[in-house]
Design a protein around this ligand. Structure first.
Ligand code: ZN
Length: 214
C-alpha cells in the first residue's frame, strides 16, 4: 500500500507516549446497517429494543403534529411533546454508546476501525444518512477517548483494507459483491457473514499497522 493509506491514522507512530501499554487484545469493528456495529468476534451490537420503540413512538407523534393546525394550541402542545421525545431518544442513544464504548475500552487494548470519511460517504453512497442517524461517528470519538484515557489504541484502517470484497482467510479479492450477498463465500472454503468478514479484515490490517509502529 502507498503512504497515503497511513496519512489519517489515529494510531500515530510519532505521537506515541511512554505510558501507552503493549496491546495484546485486539478487536476489529465495522459499521453495519444490520445492528450498529459488527465485531471480528462475530458478535453484533445494535440499539436495544426500547430505543427502536421510542423511535416508532416519535414518528407517531410527528405524524400527529403534521395534522395539527399550525399555530393552534394543540399544535404548540404537540410540538413540545415531539421535542421532548427527540431529547429522550438522543439521551438514550448517548447512554447506549457510552456503555458500549466503555465496555470495549475495558475489554480490549486496541480496537481497529475503518477510517470512515463520513463526509465522503454521506456525499457518495446511499447509506451515508444511516451512519449519521445512528451516530456512528459520535460513537467512534467516544471510543477513541476512552481508549486513550487507558493508554490504549483506536487504530484506523484505510477503507481499501476494510473492503468486504476481500476474503479474510486467503486474501483473494472478489471483483463484485452485491449488497444482497449477506454471506461471503470464497473458493478457499471461507464461508462467513459478510460484515464479520469485513471486521476480520479490519482487525488483520490494524494488527499489521500496530506491529509496524510498536
Ligand atoms: Zn478465501
Amino acid at each position: 500500500p502507498s503512504g497515503k493509506y497511513f496519512a489519517s491514522l489515529l494510531f500515530d507512530c510519532e505521537n506515541q507516549t511512554a505510558e501507552k501499554r503493549q496491546a495484546e487484545k485486539f478487536l476489529g469493528m465495522d459499521f453495519s446497517m444490520h445492528g450498529m456495529c459488527v465485531f471480528s468476534t462475530g458478535e453484533r451490537a445494535g440499539y436495544p429494543m426500547f430505543y427502536r420503540n421510542a423511535e416508532k413512538k416519535l414518528a407517531r407523534e410527528q405524524r400527529k403534529l403534521s395534522r395539527c393546525e399550525k399555530g393552534s394550541r394543540n399544535y404548540q402542545k404537540q410540538k413540545k411533546k415531539v421535542a421532548l421525545y427527540h431529547e429522550k431518544i438522543k439521551n438514550q442513544r448517548k447512554d447506549f454508546q457510552h456503555k458500549l464504548s466503555h465496555s470495549l475500552a475495558e475489554d480490549y487494548d486496541a480496537v481497529c476501525v475503518e477510517d470512515l470519511n463520513l463526509k465522503g460517504i454521506a456525499g457518495g453512497l446511499h447509506f451515508g444518512k444511516g451512519i449519521q442517524d445512528n451516530g456512528y461517528g459520535q460513537f467512534l470519538s467516544m471510543l477513541g477517548y476512552k481508549l486513550e484515557e487507558r493508554g490504549k489504541y483506536l487504530i484506523k484502517v484505510d477503507r481499501y483494507f476494510a473492503s468486504s470484497k476481500i476474503c479474510s482467510v486467503c486474501g483473494h479479492k472478489k471483483k463484485e459483491l452485491a449488497l444482497s450477498e449477506r454471506i461471503y463465500l470464497c473458493e478457499c472454503g471461507n464461508r462467513m457473514d459478510r460484515d464479520v468478514n469485513a471486521a476480520v479484515n479490519i482487525l488483520k490490517e490494524g494488527k499489521r499497522i500496530y506491529k509496524k509502529c510498536a
